[in-house]
Design a protein around this ligand. Structure first.
Ligand code: AHR
Length: 488
């Protein structure tokens, strides 16, 4: 197929007519057909000769004919799970099914299915050189309700990664290994990031150890500057190739522009001694070429191992945050034309925020006071004692119950029994999440919240009900100042 015809096929697949100069004027080739409306990014990659070998999304089908599950949620009320799939073949997710299943209880995302048919699904990260905060050093699972958006006017949810959360598959099928070529794209929330290591999506080592360079090739998104960084204060799309996030060919600084649209299309691709970073606004416009060049010194040839991860570094470093909506890994190095057509398909899908930033977590409302568990003055300082206060809309009253029993606020702080105290009167504070048992809480069916380490109840001091009443641990006594309800 000649280049023009292949390009026109790609753009037609994305729903875009190609006008080419011809004798006497411009002619349209391969105008979009009715079929174009149900073409997905993976159809476009396949047309370009670089098919998807893994395709993950909680929001929409990545093939025009995909008719299966997107992801699985598990609710805490009875520990049962349910698959969430398409509303119709090739369409968006059935978010109403999640809403019905998760109503009145917490839900986590347990599986991101692989639409490519290769079963390269992502599940709870098992941990690695860096243990996760979950059971046996595994990672937390994402709160299924934390990242609501709309796609084409229909409600959908993203994968909200707070620090400690991660997904991985160490035994994949068809993913690039060694120096083989591949492409990766993801649609991410460009406003939800941090400088921790490492909000990655892509190809990683299979053993969770950072034991060599070049064993990873992933998209990184955030403003980590420990290895590589670009202009301004970020966030940047970089590549994690192990022992380094790279903003270009040089270790440390390269002239890489930050990118922070609400929805970002991020691309990293690599072939033998050649790789590139591309990106754009996932709601409108085309892609920018951020970097295109040779591998950094020592990274040729690559030693990719073909595991896939999301939200963590290769060694399971889990200090990062971010939100993922859709993404793929391909076999072969996609052309710019193919990626441009994928970007056109993404912008046509119609990603939109569903009213402000996603509200994460729930409010914890006192049974006696009717007031909310609150971090005073929205402080983020470790050691700040929590209180009850009139319920409001602030993030300082939003608590995310994780699968490892933490109650997280701000995405990285945990409700904590001060100094690992277990005595009556121990202050209940916020502290960096660290997996300790003094940061684990049981939310009980009788309305109490008990510390796993102490066995004592979360208690409004001296049965106070006024704004500013501090929270402490106290022996469970059945009183209303120890009863709490969770409110979405
Ligand atoms: O390469 C950056 C990070 O370094 C990797 O993700 C991790 O495995 C290591 O800590």
């Amino acid at each position: 197929m000649n280049v023009k015809r292949r390009l026109s096929r790609l753009l037609a697949a994305a729903g875009i007519p190609l006008l080419l100069a011809a004798a006497g004027g411009y002619v349209g080739l391969d105008a979009p057909s009715a079929q174009a409306a149900t073409t997905g990014p993976c159809d476009i990659y396949a047309s370009g000769g670089t098919p998807c070998v893994a395709a993950h999304s909680t929001t929409r089908a990545l093939y025009g004919t995909y008719n299966g599950p997107f992801y699985q949620v598990r609710r805490s009320s009875d520990n049962t799970a349910r698959d969430i799939g398409v509303l119709s073949a090739g369409g968006v997710a059935d978010a109403a099914a999640q809403d019905a299943f998760c109503s009145g209880t917490n839900c986590v995302i347990t599986i991101l299915y692989d639409q490519s048919g290769r079963n390269n699904r992502l599940a709870q990260g098992p941990g690695g050189a860096v243990p996760g905060p979950g059971p046996g050093g595994s990672d937390n699972l994402a709160d299924a309700k934390a990242a609501p958006i709309t796609v084409g006017g229909k409600k959908a949810y993203g994968v909200y990664i707070s620090p400690g959360t991660g997904y991985r598959n160490n035994t994949t099928n068809g993913v690039a290994t060694g120096d083989q070529p591949e492409g990766i794209y993801a649609v991410l929330d460009g406003t939800h990031y941090n400088g921790g290591c490492c909000f990655d999506y892509g190809n990683a080592q299979t053993n969770g150890q950072a034991d060599d360079i070049g064993i990873m090739e992933t998209i990184y998104f955030g403003n980590n500057n420990w290895w590589g960084y670009g202009d301004g204060s970020g966030p940047w799309i970089m590549a994690d190739m192990e022992w380094g996030l790279f903003s270009g060919v040089n270790p440390r600084y390269n002239p890489l522009a930050p990118i922070n649209h609400r929805f970002v299309t991020a691309i990293v691709k690599g072939e033998s001694n050649h790789w590139a970073i591309r990106g754009g606004n996932a709601q409108t416009g085309g892609l920018t070429n951020y970097f295109d060049g040779r591998r950094p010194n020592g990274y040729h040839p690559m030693k990719k191992e073909g595991a896939i991860l999301l939200g963590i570094g290769g060694d399971n470093s889990n200090g990062a945050r971010g939100t993922f909506y859709e993404g793929v890994l391909t076999s072969g190095y996609p052309t710019a034309d193919t990626e441009n057509a994928v970007q056109a398909n993404i912008t046509a899908a119609g990603y939109a925020a569903s009213g402000g930033n996603p509200q994460q977590g729930v409010q914890i409302v006192g049974g006696q006071s009717g007031r909310c568990v609150d971090v005073p003055n929205s402080r983020t300082t470790n050691g700040t004692q929590v209180q009850i206060w009139d319920c409001g809309s602030g993030a300082n009253q939003r608590w995310t119950s994780t699968s490892s029993r933490q109650l997280q606020v701000y995405g990285n702080k945990c409700l904590d029994a001060n100094g690992q105290g277990t005595a009556n009167g121990t202050q209940v504070i916020i502290w960096d999440c660290n997996g300790g048992t003094n940061q684990q809480w049981n939310i009980n069916s009788n309305g109490t919240i008990t510390g796993v380490q102490s066995g004592r109840c979360l208690d409004a001091n001296a049965a106070g009900t006024a704004n500013g009443t501090k929270l402490i641990l106290w022996s469970c006594n059945g009183q209303a100042n120890q009863r709490w309800t969770l409110r979405d």
